[in-house]
Write a protein of this length. Structure first.
Ligand code: AKB
Length: 313
């Protein structure tokens, strides 16, 4: 049977880039992008889906004979704190709808993104292991912990092949993040190229795990392509890219843009970040399906500044 892919949340930071990559891999005619609003940058098949409506998901699944679903829609850590109950409702309802529609329609594989936000004060902050204590401080983090457990439940109870990664902050030039605590690490490059002072909402020394977009996309595809028997963790896999603080990324930018200016105005996002890991132990992902990141901070800085300079020219 041929693979036909549905992406839910395709207008988002990761979704818009992942959709293009999946179109290259499976063919434009076999990838259906969807989001709650009309297509922004997507060319190809597109359906408006409000994923809190299971009937609408099922309609699209049936219409296109979908075999795999990538469910990316969620309200992220910082934005989620403005309305915790709504965030909970949206993040959990959309996931449960996807899992249930998948079970009832014999979907072969489901991808569910988790996050470093599952960790909280009880986990070691250096080399945080896959099986560390999960005591998140944000409603987004709580929804991801529960989402991971639901993913595992559907695998164990119904044999639904749900696979998941705990993403760090993702850095790419193609799209903008929205509502996360790691968003500063994308915004800083835009401000540098535009010659504007960057006001950072974290402290200068707050180190967080991050990853370049190409690595994040490759991790997703490698996980989804791995043979079934290699997937040993059915909650979610830690993956590591690169870890740095605002001071360190600013220093890299300054090497290339000596006039770059940064000021520090930490807000509530600093409280979120200081409960998250600084570095991640991704040895399970390496061992089980061969994960290894390629981009370091210097590579990311070069690529981001070059791409954005060309974009704003
Ligand atoms: C966020 O900052 O909320 C996200 C994430 C780490 O999941 N980028």
């Amino acid at each position: 049977m041929k693979d036909v892919i549905l992406i839910i949340g395709a207008n988002g930071q990761l979704g818009s880039v992942l959709t293009k990559r999946l179109q290259e891999k499976y063919g434009v005619a076999n990838v259906v992008a969807s989001d709650i609003t009309e297509a922004k940058t997507i060319n190809g098949l597109f359906e408006v889906i409000d994923a809190t409506d299971a009937g609408r998901i099922e309609y699209v699944v049936t219409k296109y004979k979908i075999t795999q679903i990538y469910h990316l829609a969620a309200i992220l850590s910082a934005k989620g704190e403005a309305n915790p109950l709504k965030t909970w409702e949206i993040n959990m309802k959309t996931l449960l709808n996807v899992l249930e529609v998948s079970r009832l329609n014999n979907i072969q594989k489901v991808f569910y993104p988790s996050s470093i936000a599952v960790f909280g004060g009880g986990a070691p902050r250096i080399n945080t292991p896959n099986n560390a204590c999960l005591d998140p401080s944000t409603v987004y983090g709580i929804s991801k912990v529960d989402g991971e457990n639901w993913a595992q439940y559907y695998f164990l109870k119904y044999g639904l092949d749900v696979r998941s990664i705990r993403y760090p902050g993702i850095i790419g030039y193609q799209s903008l993040p929205g509502g996360g605590t790691t968003d500063y690490a994308v915004d800083i490059f835009h401000k540098a190229v535009l010659n504007e002072t960057f006001s950072c909402f974290l402290n200068d020394e707050t180190t967080l795990p991050m990853m370049y977009m190409d690595d994040a996309i490759r991790a997703t595809i490698e996980l989804m392509d791995a043979p079934l028997e290699q997937i040993k963790i059915r909650t979610s896999y830690n993956i590591a890219g690169v870890s740095f603080s605002p001071k360190e990324i600013a220093a890299e930018i300054l090497k290339r843009f000596p006039d770059f200016k940064i000021e520090y105005k930490p807000d509530f996002r600093e409280d979120i970040a200081k409960n998250w890991p600084k570095t991640i132990d991704d040895s399970n992902a390496s061992k089980d399906w061969g994960w290894k990141a390629k981009y370091n901070l210097s590579d990311i800085t070069d690529t981001m500044l070059n791409a954005l300079a060309a974009y704003y020219k």
